[in-house]
Design a protein around this ligand. Structure first.
Ligand code: FES
Length: 273
């Protein structure tokens, strides 16, 4: 055996100090099922959101509702949103979909999220495939070098996620107007936008970086009662971070789908008052 092959074989679970177990793992359950479901869910969302981000501009707004993929609108080629977050910072030279400018922030936030990292490392890279299942790779460097060391920018994406969630909150409030801009309307779309923004705030507030920002680096909780109280709230949400990650991912996609169906004339928004 060439020396490099021997060296490779002696790494990881095959390194000299480890028990010599012939089987790849000893799990008897269907450990691969969550990984398959995770990959399917993520691919579904990636496929749908890519299609909408590139080709959804003209069905991104159905007064008074705007798709979360297209808000805030930072280019000049957006449909008119009276009172909405419509700032043509990029001017008319931007001819591509305006969603591409905005989606960088929520995409970066989710891509570097601690939960999604676990999810896609397992389901796409098998690194590791599951608990107590040895990974097939000979080498493991974790997130200690490029490009994965860049995952550390997550906390900065968290800072961007706050204004984005604030803007989507404003969009949900604007859902209480009718198509002419008069207040006092509520339709099914208003409810859809409200549920979506509650889930987005739940996901954002349950972020591990948020928990650290709120309650980290303190020597004595007793000297910081307000931060301690906030930390206990964030910690409770943090325990549900995975569920909130999935719920908010699907709610963003379904909210966009709802606006798309309204804008393309598939049906009219049922009105409560
Ligand atoms: Fe998931 Fe921050 S850890 S959003």
């Amino acid at each position: 055996r060439p020396p490099e092959a021997a060296e490779t074989a002696a790494r990881g679970v095959h390194s000299p100090g480890r028990a010599a177990i012939a089987q790849r793992h000893l799990r008897l359950d269907r450990w691969w099922l969550p990984q398959v479901m995770t990959a399917a869910g993520l691919l579904l969302f990636i496929g749908y959101s890519t299609w909408r981000a590139f080709f959804g501009l003209h069905t991104s707004y159905a007064a008074p509702y705007v798709s979360p993929f297209y808000s805030p609108c930072l280019a000049a080629n957006c449909p008119t949103m009276k009172g909405g977050a419509d700032w043509a910072l990029f001017g008319s030279w931007w001819q591509l979909s305006p969603a591409l400018i905005v989606l960088i922030f929520p995409l970066g936030f989710r891509l570097t999220c601690y939960y999604y990292r676990k999810a896609y490392y397992r389901s796409f890279w098998s690194s590791p495939p599951a608990c107590a299942v040895a990974e097939p790779h000979a080498k493991y460097t974790g997130e200690t070098r490029l490009p994965l060391i860049l995952q550390n920018v997550h906390r900065y994406f968290f800072y961007f996620a706050i204004p984005v969630a604030g803007i989507l909150t404003w969009d949900a409030i604007l859902g209480f107007r009718d198509a002419q801009g008069r207040w006092g309307h509520m339709g099914l779309g208003t409810l859809v936008l409200l549920v979506n923004i509650v889930l987005i705030w739940g996901y954002t507030a349950s972020c591990h970086s948020c928990r650290h920002i709120v309650g980290g680096r303190l020597r004595h909780f007793s000297k910081h009662p307000v931060r301690y109280r906030m930390w206990t709230w964030v910690s409770k949400l943090n325990a549900r971070h995975m569920q909130l990650a999935w719920a908010s991912l699907f709610s963003v996609g379904l909210t966009d789908l709802y606006v798309y169906l309204l804008a393309s004339g598939a049906f009219s928004d049922p009105r409560f008052f």
